[in-house]
Design a protein around this ligand. Structure first.
Ligand code: NAD
Length: 383
């Protein structure tokens, strides 16, 4: 059984799927590990550290692709890499099967088994594999630190001989995993924090972090979509949130917005009017940029200055914290691999709800029903 660790090739990607410290249990099971030279260089893992942990290192990426039985990755392989993977091999990573399912077709067609970390069911048993939460935690932290860096003011209140510096005011929209970490980070830096979420359950968590929860009367509609996630709201309900956002934006120095509804474009909550209401020098970080953004002016991946307000729309903030992001991700992946490795050999039991939920395709057939629906043209073609 050969496990391959590749150097990620997506632009700006700095994370690595497994670290030297991840290898102990795998090596103890007799798993051979082959690492592409430089794979962990941004994440603080040298080639020598992998060798010391019992792996072999090679500059030959093609040999890893063609020989490995198991390939944990951060991002999906590109089409030419997929075409080289050994039929029957297993790839595990953030494969974006709901966003770009057809991009996975070359691997599916070769009979590669694909598991997507995004699809791991958010049930208690799989919490240690919840890489979405791990990465959202890193992104929430980094969003606030980045905003603090760009803001022409300080976060904490200071009382000095030269006078009092008031604390920065931070507004967090969407108090899920990323939002709660943004709140905690902003509070640690001394900011006064307000937050808004459509899920009433978020209120208590926001308050427990020392922030103020802004309630909006949505007329008693159901805002929970199941699994702890938000439901998609009507335009009328969204408008009530938008009104609150304009009002709160006017006195906020920083807005971090994270609102998302799984499988849907991010709700457009922040209108041009809200940006216009912010003071020049204020900063807005749109963490929903990969899903289109919460602000109607957001250009995913680009920085803009609009009327003196800095609008940031990062696409991959966890890659800006590669050491800790890789540590957390590697632990999530390793825990997932525990479900498909038995005594050093691959053993895939799709009766396991975690494996079935996370499985994009096995033996050329789509498995997760949402992915199967999206891949239907492929399924019919290969049937
Ligand atoms: P997410 O990234 O899908 O959404 C981020 C936040 O945006 C959510 O809190 C959501 O309520 C909010 N939102 C959506 N539409 C909005 C709107 N119109 N206005 C304002 N806010 C809006 O969600 P997430 O952060 O991945 O997870 C959300 C919740 O799911 C968590 O807080 C947690 O309770 C639950 N969760 C459970 C598990 C588990 O059981 N293993 C794991 C992770 C998360």
């Amino acid at each position: 059984m050969l496990l391959g660790i590749l150097k990620e090739t997506s632009p700006g990607e700095t994370r690595v799927a497994l670290l030297p410290e991840s290898l102990k249990g795998l090596r103890a099971q007799g798993v051979e590990v082959l690492v592409e030279a430089g794979a962990g260089s941004h994440a603080g893992a040298t080639d020598q550290a992998y060798i010391d942990a019992g792996a072999a290192v090679t500059p030959n990426r093609a040999s890893i692709l063609t020989e490995a039985d198991l390939l944990p990755v951060v991002n999906a392989l590109d089409a030419s890499d997929q075409a080289a993977v050994k039929p029957g091999a297993v790839v595990v990573g953030f494969l974006r099967p709901l966003d770009t399912p057809l991009a996975l077709y070359p691997a599916i067609d070769r009979g590669v088994t694909l598991f997507s970390m995004e699809l791991v069911p958010r049930i208690t048993r799989a919490q240690s594999m919840d890489a979405l939460s791990s990465m959202a935690t890193v992104a929430g932290y980094k969003a606030v630190v980045t905003a603090a860096d760009r803001l022409p003011r300080m976060f904490p209140m200071l009382m000095t001989a030269a006078g009092t510096v008031p604390p920065a005011r931070v507004f967090v929209i969407g108090a899920g995993v990323a939002g709660l970490q943004a709140i905690a980070t902003a509070r640690r830096l001394g900011a006064v924090v307000e937050a808004y979420d459509v899920r009433a359950a978020a209120g208590e968590q926001v308050r427990s972090l020392g922030a103020k929860f802004l309630d909006v009367d949505l007329g008693g509609i159901n805002t929970e979509g199941g699994g702890g996630y938000a439901a998609e709201l009507s335009e009328e309900a969204l408008d009530r949130g938008r009104d609150l956002i304009v009002k709160t934006a006017a006195h906020s120095d920083v807005i971090v917005t994270t609102a998302q509804v799984p499988g849907r474009p991010a709700p457009r909550l922040i209108r041009r009017e809200a940006i216009g209401a912010m003071r020049p020098g204020s900063v807005l970080v749109d963490l929903a940029a990969p899903a289109g953004g919460n602000c109607e002016l957001t250009l995913p991946g680009q920085e803009q200055i609009i009327g003196g307000v800095t609008l940031l729309a990062p696409m991959n903030l966890p890659a800006e914290v590669p050491v800790d992001a890789s540590h957390l991700y590697a632990r999530n992946v390793l825990n997932f691999l525990g479900l498909i490795l038995k005594n050093g050999s691959l053993s895939i039991d799709l009766a396991d709800e975690v494996l079935a939920g996370a499985c994009v395709a096995h033996e050329r057939k789509p498995v997760n029903p949402r992915v199967a629906k999206l891949l239907d043209p492929v399924g019919s073609a290969s049937a």
